[in-house]
Design a protein around this ligand. Structure first.
Ligand code: S3P
Length: 164
């Protein structure tokens, strides 16, 4: 057993939304490693970062990915999952889809634009740095890249299903 499709991409690329839609259309379950980590740790990811640090979170994430790769599902990974070379190696041979998104659209979707204007500069800068640094890694693991700006979840899901 292995995932039918695995979605990667930065925060705000729509991984969870599209994965849930694909799972519904395909009649399989949706598994999300962030959700698995939170369930296993009994606390939200933001608390895991504060209480135990990013390295601990990445170790939990790695274990969650190894477990999820044994399962039959639509799988969405956290935005930083592809930072681990072992995970990138494990993703080879799987149906990995990179949900591409522009900085402006990602910032809008993570909800930090209009609601918190004072944060806007910092958040956009952080998001831009993260997206620029990770883009080659998303491209490296992906069999298919799908542009998500200006497209509905249904249109994005249709394009992925055409390529499965
Ligand atoms: C992270 C993205 C988050 C979550 C964690 C770290 C990242 O997932 O895994 O906060 O490093 O980009 P989303 O991509 O679903 O926001």
């Amino acid at each position: 057993m292995s995932p039918v499709v695995i979605l990667v991409g930065p925060p705000g690329s729509g991984k969870s939304t599209i994965a849930a839609l694909l799972a519904e259309r395909l009649g399989v379950k949706h598994r999300d490693t962030d959700t698995d980590i939170e369930a296993g740790a009994g606390q939200p990811i933001s608390d895991i970062f504060v209480d135990h640090g990013e390295a601990h979170f990445r170790a939990l994430e790695r274990a969650a990915i190894v477990a999820a790769l044994e399962d039959d599902e639509v799988l969405s990974l956290g935005g930083g999952a592809i930072l681990d070379p072992a995970t990138r190696a494990d993703l080879a041979g799987h149906n990995v889809v990179f949900l591409d998104v522009s900085l402006g659209e990602a910032a809008k979707r993570v909800g930090l634009g209009v609601a918190r204007p004072l944060l806007l500069g910092n958040v956009r800068t952080q998001l831009r740095n993260l997206m620029e640094a990770r883009r080659p890694l998303y491209v490296e693991v992906a069999k298919l890249t799908v542009q998500t700006d200006d497209r509905t979840p249904d249109q994005i899901a249709d394009e992925i299903l055409e390529h499965l």
